[in-house]
Design a protein around this ligand. Structure first.
Ligand SMILES: *[C@@H]1O[C@H](CO)[C@@H](O)[C@H](O)[C@H]1NC(C)=O
Ligand SMILES: *[C@@H]1O[C@H](CO)[C@@H](O)[C@H](O)[C@H]1NC(C)=O
Length: 359
């Protein structure tokens, strides 16, 4: 069967920042999928002019339009299209504004899929950081009722939106897709299929990952220890090493203990972290001038992905009886920073007469 004779696979990407737009383009590139994109802020611009991409993977593209563009997820759900793959590339902030949590974003399209064809599979693909992020989705949508496959995407990329409809991608795109539940054979097949649609030989990388949890715990080693510390103190990684007492206290008093605690929590979940990674991160990253996105978020007054990075692993540690003093201290301090940001954004209110939060 020729590709055009096959029924096209419908994919929708929710979250049209620098990363989401490249993700949508990668899906579009080999012509197998019909690609929809949700973009609120750039909608008018993109409908008229398309995207301008300056991409290290695809070269310069002056005017690219996905097959369909929607301003909101509600508009997408009204389009009478069944989306085989719902791909979420937004930040994951469960403690953020109610309309921007992952389950709230998914609701309209999961429900419209269900109404259109309750027997067909809906793949929910979370291309996001953190651990246990699939649980929020499963708490709000019953897997069998909605016929869901929960897929994970772990993405390495550097891409930024620099203006309306204008994206500059400087770091190559590499996504590993897998099933959150590796015993779910249906989801495993769907992840393999998605990786093959996504991969464009000679351009980007889309690969199948057979152990998503291990991949995510490995990634957490860096993110939970280093992103968090830089965000707390507002310094890039190299300065965090160098500004330490005897140039040692950050590494030996914070980074390594935090990483050991992550490894211990993972071990309590029967996941063996590659301990060489702890050496690698501490030896190598100090030599690269770098400010993690979490630090940049705080500097720009944006909420942090705190719960999926520290909150969830600490809850697992508590449940499994693992001691995590370093992670808990980082977490408790960052909760204060998060609430400071929320107060600035008027998401919470403090009454200086009663000295209490207004609820
Ligand atoms: C893509 O990332 C994976 C780890 O997530 C790595 O093993 C692989 O080598 C990378 N591939 C390329 C082409 O960079
Ligand atoms: C942590 O920092 C790395 C490097 O900027 C980034 O790839 C990752 O998305 C960050 N994770 C979180 C949760 O902020």
């Amino acid at each position: 069967m020729s590709k055009s004779a096959e029924q096209k696979i419908n994919a929708i990407v929710i979250g049209a920042g620098g990363v989401g737009v490249v993700t949508a383009y990668s899906l579009y590139h080999n012509g197998v999928a019909e690609v929809s994109l949700v973009t609120r802020s750039d909608y008018d611009h993109v409908v008229e002019f398309g995207y301008k991409l300056e991409s290290c993977d695809y070269g310069q593209i002056d005017s690219w339009k996905p097959h369909n563009v929607y301003k909101t997820v509600e508009d997408a759900s009204a389009a009478e299209k069944f989306f085989d793959y719902i791909i979420v590339t937004t930040k994951n902030i469960p403690d953020g504004p109610k309309d921007s949590t992952v389950h709230a974003i998914l609701k309209p399209v999961i429900e419209s899929n269900h109404e259109l064809d309750p027997k067909k599979l809906t793949n929910v693909v979370l291309v996001q950081n953190g651990i246990d992020i699939e649980k929020e989705v499963l708490e709000h949508f019953e897997k069998s009722t909605y016929n869901l496959c929960l897929l994970s995407g772990v993405q390495l990329i550097a891409s930024t939106k620099v203006g309306p409809g204008h994206v500059v991608q400087k770091g190559k795109d590499n996504v590993s897709f897998g099933s959150f539940d590796k015993t779910d054979e249906v989801a495993v097949e769907q992840a393999k299929k998605l990786a093959s649609i996504y991969h464009n030989e000679g351009h980007n990388t889309g690969a199948f990952d057979d152990n998503v949890r291990r991949t995510r715990w490995n990634k957490l080693l860096y993110n939970a220890a280093i992103n968090t510390t830089t965000a707390l103190v507002g310094l890039d990684v190299s300065r965090c090493f160098e500004f330490a007492s005897k140039k040692e206290s950050t590494e030996f008093g914070i980074f390594r203990p935090a990483m050991q605690e992550i490894a211990a929590i993972a071990a309590s979940e029967n996941i063996a972290i590659d301990e060489d990674l702890i050496e690698f991160f501490n030896e190598e990253v100090r030599n690269i001038m770098y400010k993690p996105s979490m630090c940049v978020d705080v500097e720009n007054g944006r909420l942090m992905e705190l719960e999926i990075l520290l909150g969830n692993p600490i809850r697992t540690a508590k449940a499994n009886g693992v001691q995590t003093p370093t992670l808990c201290l980082l977490y408790n301090l960052l909760i204060l920073v998060q609430n400071k940001l929320k107060e600035q954004k008027k998401l919470i209110e403090f009454n200086e007469e009663t000295l209490k939060l207004v609820v």
